[in-house]
Structure formats: structure tokens, C-alpha cells
Design a protein around this ligand. Structure first.
Ligand code: MTE
Length: 298
């Protein structure tokens, strides 16, 4: 890759409503600031991060139950230290890595991303994370690898949803290797500069901002480089409703609801329903799917 993609948004830029930045202006660099001053508010894109309170209290983490409040209620008992991640499959350096051995020394960046759940709600989250590509390069991906598989920890004694078997656990997910290596794909370790709360997937979770939120698997304990498309929990549970790719696409509705718009969580100035953007507003990933019928590969 010729250059390392960096998100130029910082919390200071994005927090005040009057400093809302339009992505194209940001990418345009210095000229953006002047353009921003001249752009009417309505035409500017909303990238005001949600408050930590919203992000920590309205969660999906089915290991702890179905209710949006269950993760905050129960996840505090999950044990996250020490944390070991097994890296296996088609890699040069497989092994059981202490978290710090796997990510220590790699660059942690702040990435302010839209986060769009398949249930048609969304937030803007200021993640702190490491490009997954950096981790994969550290362990050495072998040429035969075509996909990356992920697995979440299972601690039945503290996970009411696991006890009640609300899904087939462990929760598993997967990406095609080129999706995994894309510079937008990160492994997050924090939000708003604080370590991830357990309910948000401590100590480390995947974030793929152009895909529906269920792809962003939490509390990862295994990363496997594989040749075949790996299983993914929601795709296995209900393949008619949840595809393996699951790119955010306002033109492909869920069988039971529209995906054309979304409810932005939070009581801020811009709370309410907004239009959903193709690839969740990250059109730079379109090249990954050239030649694919995005209706079929939802
Ligand atoms: N990861 C695991 N292990 N278990 C889950 O139930 N839910 C997914 C995803 N990752 C889930 C998971 C879904 S449906 C969404 S929308 C996001 O996590 C929610 O992330 P958040 O609660 O941090 O906003």
C-alpha cells in the first residue's frame, strides 16, 4: 500500500456542532477549512461522536442477553485480564499471544466512525484502535490465506445469554482477507480515549465501519487465517436475513424492515432519523466488491 490512511478527524474537531466536518472537505486537506466556513449547516455531514454514556448503555452483546441494557448490567463480571488471543491457520507465527505481545508497539489511532446496526440504529463512535493489517502483518499471513475468522470469548458462568443459549456460542465472524487488510478495518481497544468497557467488547474487538454492526465481533480470543469462507454467527442463524458480506446498503432492505434510513442514538442537536449511506458513508471500499452483485451479497 503506497500510503497509510489516516483519519484526520480528531475529537476536538468533531465535538462542537459548529465544527462538524464534511468528509470530502477533510480529504481535501487544508482547503477544507475554508470550504467548511462557506458550507451551509444542512449540507454538512454529521460526525458528532456519541457520548460515552450512550455508547456504554445501549449495546448488543448477546452473550449477556437480548435486552440493550443487559450488556451494561452483566458484562462487568467478564474477566479480561489476562487476555490471550490464539492466532492460527495460515500464518508464519501462530501461537497463543498475550494481548500485549500481539499489539504492543503498534500505532493506536483515533478513528471517528459511523456505526450502523442492521436493526437500523446508529451512533458515531470515536474509537481508539490499531489497523488489523498491522496485526496480520506482524503474525505473517501466508499466500494461501483468503479469509480471516474471529471468535469471541465464552465465560458461561458470567454470561446469562450463553447459559440460556440465545445463540450458538462462541460468537464467530469472518472477513475476506482484502476486507481485513483494508486500512479502515481496525481492532479497537478504546473509545473516547478510555479502555473499552466490557459491554463494548473489552479488551479488543473488531470494527468494520462499512458493514452492519454484527460483523464487528467483540472480545476476540481467536484470529484464524483460512482458505475457505468461515462461518459467521448471524449468517448461520438466519441466512435469509443476514449475509456473510453485510455491507451497509440503503437499497437492500432487511426482509422485515427498511434499511433506507436509521435512528441516530443520542439526544444531541441532530438526534432523529437520517438517511443511510451506501457503505455507511465509506465509498472508498467499493473497489473491494467490483463485479459482485451487492443485492445478492448482502
Ligand atoms: N459480538 C459478540 N461477541 N456478541 C454480540 O452479540 N453483537 C454485534 C456486534 N458484536 C455482538 C458482537 C452487534 S449486533 C452489534 S450492533 C455490535 O456488536 C454492537 O456494538 P456496541 O454494543 O459496542 O455498540
Amino acid at each position: 500500500m503506497a500510503h497509510r490512511w489516516k483519519n484526520d478527524l480528531t475529537r476536538n474537531d468533531a465535538t462542537p456542532p459548529w465544527a462538524i466536518l464534511n468528509r470530502r472537505q477533510i480529504l481535501a486537506g487544508g482547503a477544507g477549512a475554508a470550504a467548511l466556513a462557506a458550507t451551509p449547516l444542512a449540507a454538512q455531514e454529521e460526525l458528532v461522536p456519541n457520548a460515552l454514556d450512550d455508547i456504554r448503555s445501549y449495546c448488543n452483546f448477546y452473550e449477556f442477553g437480548y435486552d440493550k441494557a443487559d450488556p451494561a448490567r452483566y458484562a462487568g463480571s467478564m474477566v479480561t485480564t489476562p487476555w490471550t488471543i490464539t492466532v492460527d491457520g495460515l500464518v508464519d507465527n501462530p501461537g497463543d499471544y498475550a494481548l500485549d505481545d500481539l499489539i504492543g508497539g503498534l500505532t493506536v489511532e483515533e478513528r471517528i466512525y459511523r456505526f450502523r446496526c442492521v436493526e437500523a440504529w446508529s451512533m458515531v463512535i470515536p474509537w481508539n484502535g490499531i489497523e488489523l493489517a498491522d496485526i496480520l502483518n506482524r503474525v505473517g499471513v501466508q499466500p494461501a490465506a483468503r479469509y480471516v475468522a474471529f471468535e469471541t470469548v465464552v465465560q458461561p458462568e458470567v454470561m446469562p445469554g450463553v447459559q440460556r443459549r440465545v445463540l450458538d456460542f462462541p460468537y464467530v465472524e469472518g472477513l475476506r482477507l482484502d476486507e481485513a487488510m483494508h486500512p479502515l478495518t481496525i481492532m479497537a481497544t478504546g473509545i473516547w480515549g478510555e479502555p473499552l468497557a466490557n459491554q463494548n467488547g473489552a479488551p479488543i474487538r473488531l470494527v468494520v465501519p462499512w458493514k452492519y454492526g454484527f460483523k464487528s465481533i467483540k472480545s476476540v480470543v481467536r484470529i484464524s487465517l483460512v482458505e475457505e469462507q468461515p462461518p459467521a454467527t448471524w449468517n448461520l442463524t438466519n441466512p435469509g436475513e443476514y449475509g456473510f458480506y453485510s455491507n451497509v446498503n440503503p437499497t437492500v432492505n432487511h426482509p422485515r424492515w427498511s434499511q433506507a434510513s436509521e435512528r441516530r442514538i443520542g439526544g444531541g442537536l441532530f438526534a432523529g432519523r437520517i438517511d443511510t449511506l451506501m457503505f455507511n458513508g465509506y465509498p472508498e471500499v467499493a473497489g473491494l466488491y467490483e463485479g459482485m452483485d451487492l443485492r445478492e451479497y448482502f
